[in-house]
Design a protein around this ligand. Structure first.
Ligand SMILES: [Zn+2]
Length: 706
């Protein structure tokens, strides 16, 4: 449903007048890109409908079919495209069973572990193609033990359990989803001595709370039979090829034992279960009544910690295979700087139908490609190269993007200007963004130009400020999506955007087109807005003479984090001066380059510069591009060599959490635990390392040899 006739006429007349005079400026095309005459919610919803007709898990034929749709759409839009394939280790469920034994005389309960088809479900005919509920990379095995309840399964939850005098060792734990990454739930359980893990969806968190009795398809909430599946792998990329690509022509591969020794795959079995099954198990747990914060909604039974008297028998057997996965790569070659890349990425593989996660993003990606083609027909040519990436096997552990980045590491390190990720483009209302800080300002500026999809009288920026009081931008240290390899492994400036933040049917079989068109985005206008913001950020990065990066935001972020660290370590004998000094250097360098750019723009202008001193513009852009790379270190974080970025990485006990100065943070936690001279010396060492990369970044920004 594109814009009205009037907009179309205005567009045509302005285009004509430019055509008659001279080549319009890039800004003309950028405005045209976000105009209603070029966008189409109808085309986006069509793409989403096609992409989500069948469940399309990584490694399946259905996902290869979805790849063909993406590939052919890119090719139709005259984007030079190819498949980039890898042979990777994936797991699927082979057999599963779960039995709860109650104290006599109640007979045991054997759970069906089935998600049920809903009333008038248009996908009922393909429901048998939904993979049985499981955790990818879960350990195979059968365990029988009394069951204990551990809330969200965080480190602090185990501390609470211990304080209640309950011994978890040898138990099967029941944890609820919601606060941390599921792989960490399993790892924390293992560390506490548990022998198996069940993770359920509590209706307090995903069912609307308040004893709600309505759920999908009547309301947006997760049905009682709904199960959140997902990966429990704690690493990144193919577990059998850590740090190198899983090449199709054959490559070195770790054995199963070596992978287990690596410590990123679980060593105890686990299963995800529904809210209804979780509640049934909670009824069989006695012992100490859990705290208020651990309880369910008003109609839920009283949650107790246990262990027992209920006894669980959990059996899981995985099918481990080497599968072919397919990234789709599409390239619009830049005219003036073809060797500088602006990369847009989204994954395609889904646990089930994937309407929100991830194909709302795929539909938006295809919309961006279609609008770029319309711009080209109007005469637009990109200054830099734009690359579309549609990743595979993200759900298993960011595999498609990681293998590609590992394989192309040196080329990307030399040429990638920025990576722009969208995973779930739309799960509801409200704009959310995360970025490496030099891109904050660009995101803010772009949201001022795009109309709010839920209120046409204001911009996305207006509503963003209204809901969060200020333009809150998250950071990209977490392991939640495909930006991880770009930011954390090779140091490419990146962004990640979405509308809506979390949604109840996440990773269940109810994440389908019906849910999206009833609750996620009934008019598909949020999809349109997501494509507008995503594409406009890409266009500005691809076309502006000087890269729209501002390192002053980075400096502010570093200062804030350093002050927090200072407060945390105030009573320790730790010297933070090197860190503060390095940030001061970066501040001076950021001011210096900003001043250089400003003077050049005011005194000479970009047209003059490109004609007479193109090398000088190029040199400034290279400094802006490479400063982020300088924040990486060859050795990476202690014990996490793949994580090269010393400023951002996942928090150690929650992969979804982004941590600033992760190496220092790990060392401090360790020192607080052991309180030895050596452990505090490691803290000081990590501070020096961070100070050194920040100093490197400021030298790059400043651009002169010492
Ligand atoms: Zn996703």
């Amino acid at each position: 449903m594109a814009g009205g006739i009037i907009t179309v006429i205005i567009t045509i007349t302005t285009t004509l007048s430019f055509f008659l005079t001279s080549q319009p400026p890039k800004s003309y095309y950028h405005s045209l890109y976000i105009s209603s005459s070029l966008s189409s919610n109808q085309s986006i919803s069509n793409h989403l409908y096609i992409l989500t007709r069948r469940p399309h898990l990584a490694g399946t034929e259905a996902n290869a079919e979805a790849a063909s749709h993406v590939l052919s759409t890119l090719i139709t839009n005259h984007i030079k495209s190819h498949l980039s394939e890898y042979a990777v280790s994936l797991t699927y469920p082979n057999t599963r069973s779960l039995t709860l034994t109650h104290p006599p005389p109640k007979p045991p309960t054997t759970f069906s572990l089935q998600q049920v088809v809903y009333k008038d479900d248009p996908y009922a005919d393909v429901a048998d193609q939904v993979e049985p509920t499981f955790h990818a990379y879960a350990k195979s095995g059968t365990v029988t033990a009394p069951v204990a309840y551990v809330n969200y399964g965080r480190v602090e939850d185990y501390t609470t359990v211990e304080k209640s005098g309950v011994n978890i060792s040898g138990c099967i734990v029941l944890a609820r989803y919601g606060e941390i990454y599921r792989g960490d739930i399993v790892e924390n359980a293992y560390a506490a001595g548990a022998v198996g893990v069940l993770i359920y969806t509590d209706r307090k968190d995903y069912g609307g709370g308040g004893g709600g009795t309505k759920w999908f398809p009547d309301e947006k909430w997760m049905p009682p039979s709904g199960v959140q599946v997902g990966s429990v792998f704690n690493g990144v990329g193919d577990p059998t090829t850590p740090g190198w690509a899983s090449s199709m022509e054959g490559c070195e591969r770790l054995s199963e034992e070596e992978v287990e020794r690596g410590g990123d795959v679980p060593l105890i079995p686990s299963l995800p279960i529904s809210g209804a099954d979780g509640e049934e198990i909670l009824r069989a747990i006695g012992g100490v009544v859990a705290d208020e914060g651990w309880q369910g909604d008003q109609d839920a039974p009283v949650y107790r910690i246990g262990p027992g008297p209920g006894v669980i028998e959990l059996s899981y057997k995985a099918k481990q295979v080497i599968s072919t996965i397919q990234n789709v790569i599409g390239i619009i070659e830049g005219v003036e700087e073809p060797d500088r890349f602006v990369i847009l990425g989204n994954h395609r593989d889904a646990w089930t139908f994937g309407a929100a996660d991830p194909n709302s993003g795929t539909a938006a990606l295809l919309e961006v490609a279609e609008r770029f083609e319309k711009l080209r027909k109007e005469g637009w040519k990109s200054r830099r190269t734009i690359i579309f990436c549609n990743w595979d096997a993200e759900e298993y552990g960011l595999i498609g993007s990681t293998e590609w980045v590992e394989e192309n590491r040196e080329i990307l390190s030399a040429k990638a200007v920025a990576y722009l990720n969208v995973d779930v483009a739309v799960a509801g209302a409200g704009f959310h963004a995360s970025a490496t800080p030099q891109l904050d300002q660009l995101i803010i500026e772009v949201t001022k130009q795009v109309q709010d999809p839920d209120n046409s009288s204001q911009t996305v920026h207006d509503s963003w400020v209204k809901t969060t009081k200020y333009t809150k931008i998250g950071r990209l240290g977490g392991g939640g999506s495909d930006y991880a390899a770009f930011v954390q492994h090779i140091g490419v400036p990146s962004t990640d955007i979405s509308f809506g933040n979390g949604y109840p049917v996440y990773h269940s079989m109810y994440d389908d087109f019906v849910w999206m068109s009833k609750f996620g985005d009934p008019m598909f206008q949020r999809h349109v807005a997501a494509a507008s913001i995503w594409g406009l950020v890409a266009l500005k990065l691809a076309d502006e003479e000087i890269l729209p990066f501002n390192y002053s935001s980075y400096v502010n972020e570093l200062q804030k984090s350093a002050k927090d660290l200072d407060a945390e370590l105030s009573d320790k004998n730790i010297n933070l001066i090197p860190l503060f000094k390095s940030i001061e250097k970066m501040k001076t360098a950021a001011e210096w380059i900003n001043k250089e750019i400003k003077e050049m723009r005011e005194k000479k202008g970009w047209a003059f510069m490109w004609k007479n001193q193109p090398w000088k513009l190029r040199e400034i852009n290279d400094r802006l591009m490479m400063a982020e790379r300088a924040l990486t270190d060859r050795d990476g974080l202690p014990g996490r060599p793949w994580n090269k970025h010393l400023i951002y990485a996942p928090s150690k006990h929650n992969d979804y959490g982004s941590k600033c100065f992760p190496g220092i943070d790990d060392a401090v936690k360790n020192a607080n635990k052991f309180e030895t001279k050596d452990s505090w010396r490691s803290v000081q060492h990590e501070i020096w390392r961070v100070a050194r990369v920040i100093t490197q970044a400021s030298l790059v920004l400043h651009g002169e040899l010492t």
